[in-house]
Design a protein around this ligand. Structure first.
Ligand code: ZN
Length: 606
């Protein structure tokens, strides 16, 4: 299962990690009794059915049934291969992996992408080094300092400098063994018709663009003098999609989680500037409007998003679009307003971080207040026609609000401002909502049926023998001594075939001298459905002390079912024989017996 990674390493890394910390990076977990609960990242839900056990180091969703250990989680969440998941955690725990392993090809990326990724890691270091240690680099460094960047910021964001040379990077990458054609694709080199290669970023300040795992996947190069264009960015590659990358997400993640809020900027310059001024939960889109995949990524982490775009006309237009999209994925959406058409960076430079926090972020508008003031600009509210059109527009927005309190609040505001009866406005909103209600009802209904079909496993009605088998396995997973006893009495004689497979693996696992360790045990199972089942059983609540009698009762249930089934099987064989030998009376007798036995079986099932 572990491929080429020594099993001891896999175990060592797993033991040095706390699954609660790892999953906590993605899911807001709350402690409840012995376990942690949160909203499942794998299926849409509004009541938490996703649980993480710190004792057992496993997770399980009672909703969609997904479960596993820390590796399974990363594989599901990040689309990692097993090896990638191990590597990722190895990096976080500072555990060294054997050399040949770190070079091993992860299955997710093509060979080409892998080499593009490596080239970016090398160049990030090289550019950063050159900023500090080359002659030209030092003037670029000074330029950054003059613009207010601190030493810490330069280091944290690994800002660098690309020398003004035709072939500095060409030579560097060649020496490292990278294929120049691939590097052209990656936008690190350029080539002409003669097939000559040249450095693409020249004489520029380099900002590495990292993906959400902290790996540089692209660069943005800013010119220092008159050189055009002012910004030169990497082209899109398999690793870098502007519409998916959220700048600084990797570094902002813990602040975002702590504050339960993310600040969305338009440019990475704003993020860096805000971070330096004490606002650490900022991320940015890469000069494109926010995409639904980015909005969904945010939604996975937080409920509250503050959009902080430029205060000029295009900035406001972009903010309207972003606000609608973010509201659409279900986040509480706020929009910060920056006075005098300034951008966030300007404001911070001029007024400092404190005022930015207090006057811009803390006073940001709610979604509807922002939309109201945005709509207002198109109308002359002194004219009656305009006034009515404006109010109608606002009412349509208010009608979209889910919470009645919120709707009421804005209707009162409108009523006050325009001296209207709040009841009339309410009626109108009611009418608009009525038109939209079929769709809404569907959504509500789906949500409902989903929840029902995903009802917790404990509530499932299963035949007694089936429940007995599940309980037995749950206890066996917890205690090798119980497993020994069951093995002696039942062996592989479980009635459900999945259960047979699990106990067979479990016996072997304990025979290898292992103790109870569910997180490690699931590693031995190849089949993901089986893994999920084991996790599900391990998560069922058991009494701390189980009596021998209880275990014995379960075993008896399983045995009884077993012998009934065996008897039916024997009879069925006899029936077939009788039919073949053309003995109708004997066949009928046997058939009667079978029906009788099956009836009995059924009655023990309810
Ligand atoms: Zn789920």
């Amino acid at each position: 299962m572990a491929g080429h990674i020594p099993e001891e390493k896999v175990d060592e890394i797993r033991r040095s990690t706390d699954i609660v910390d790892v999953i906590g990076e993605y899911v807001d977990l709350k402690k409840q009794g012995r376990n942690y609960f949160g909203l499942c990242p794998f299926h849409g839900e509004s009541t938490p059915s996703f649980s993480v056990s710190a004792d057992k180091q496993i997770f399980h969703c009672f909703g969609c049934g997904k479960g596993g250990n820390v590796y399974t989680f990363l594989m599901e969440m990040e689309g990692f291969s097993f090896i990638q998941a191990v590597k990722q955690l190895a990096e976080q725990t500072d555990i060294e992996l054997p050399e040949q392993m770190t070079q091993e090809e992860p299955s997710q990326h093509s060979e080409e992408s892998q080499s593009i990724l490596e080239a970016h890691q090398w160049l990030t270091k090289l550019y950063h080094h050159l900023l500090r240690n080359s002659k030209d680099g030092k003037s670029a460094y000074q330029y950054l300092i003059d613009r207010g960047f601190t030493e810490d910021t330069i280091k944290k964001y690994q800002i660098g400098y690309s020398p003004n040379s035709k072939d500095f990077v060409v030579t560097f990458l060649e020496k490292k063994g990278f294929h120049p054609q691939t590097m052209v694709k990656a936008g690190l080199l350029s080539s002409n018709e003669q097939g000559e290669y040249a450095d693409r970023f020249r004489g520029r300040v380099i900002f590495p663009l990292r993906n959400h795992l902290g790996k540089t996947v692209a660069f943005a190069g800013r010119s220092l003098g008159q050189q055009e264009p002012k910004y030169l960015n990497s082209p899109e590659t398999e690793l870098f999609h502007k519409g998916r990358l959220l700048y600084n997400f990797d570094q902002a993640r813990s602040a975002i989680r702590k504050q339960k809020t993310v600040i969305l900027f338009e440019g990475f310059g704003d993020v860096i500037s805000a971070d330096q001024a004490g606002v650490h939960n900022g991320v940015a889109t890469m000069g494109t409007s926010i995409s639904s995949s980015q909005a969904n990524l945010l939604k996975r982490y937080v409920d509250k998003v503050i959009i902080c775009y430029d205060g000029d006309e295009p900035g406001i237009e972009a903010a309207v679009k972003a606000a609608k999209l973010i509201k659409g994925v279900g986040c509480q959406t706020f929009v910060a307003r920056i006075p005098d058409g300034m951008d966030p960076d300007d404001f911070i430079q001029q007024h400092g971080g404190d005022r930015f926090q207090k006057e811009v972020l803390d006073t940001s508008d709610t979604y509807i207040a922002f939309i109201m003031s945005y709509l207002r600009r198109d109308y002359n509210l002194h004219l009656e026609g305009d006034r009515i059109a404006y109010i109608e527009n606002v009412l349509h927005e208010v009608a979209l609000l889910e919470r009645a309190v919120e709707r009421e609040h804005y209707l009162n505001e409108l009523a006050n401002e325009f001296d209207m009866s709040v009841d009339t406005l309410k009626e109108e909103v009611h009418r608009i909502r009525g038109q939209k209600s079929p769709a809404r009802d569907n959504v509500e209904q789906n949500r409902h049926t989903n929840r029902k079909s995903h009802s917790p496993i404990q509530n499932r009605l299963l035949p007694a023998f089936h429940n007995a088998e599940r309980k037995l396995i749950a206890y066996m997973l917890k205690d090798p001594l119980i497993a020994d006893k069951v093995q002696e009495e039942l062996g592989g004689g479980f009635n459900i075939s999945d259960h047979q497979v699990i106990v067979t693996h479990l016996y072997a696992y304990y025979e290898d001298g292992n103790g109870s360790d569910i997180s490690q045990f699931v590693e031995k199972l190849d089949d993901s459905a089986l893994k999920n089942l084991v996790i599900e059983l391990a998560m069922t609540s058991l009494s701390e002390e189980v009596s021998d009698q209880e275990i014995q009762d379960y075993i008896s249930f399983v045995k009884a079912e077993n012998s009934d089934r065996t008897e039916i099987k024997t009879l069925e064989a006899e029936l077939k024989k009788a039919e073949q030998q053309n003995e109708p009376i004997k066949a009928a007798e046997i058939a009667m017996k079978i029906i009788h036995l099956k009836k009995e079986l059924k009655s023990t099932h309810s």
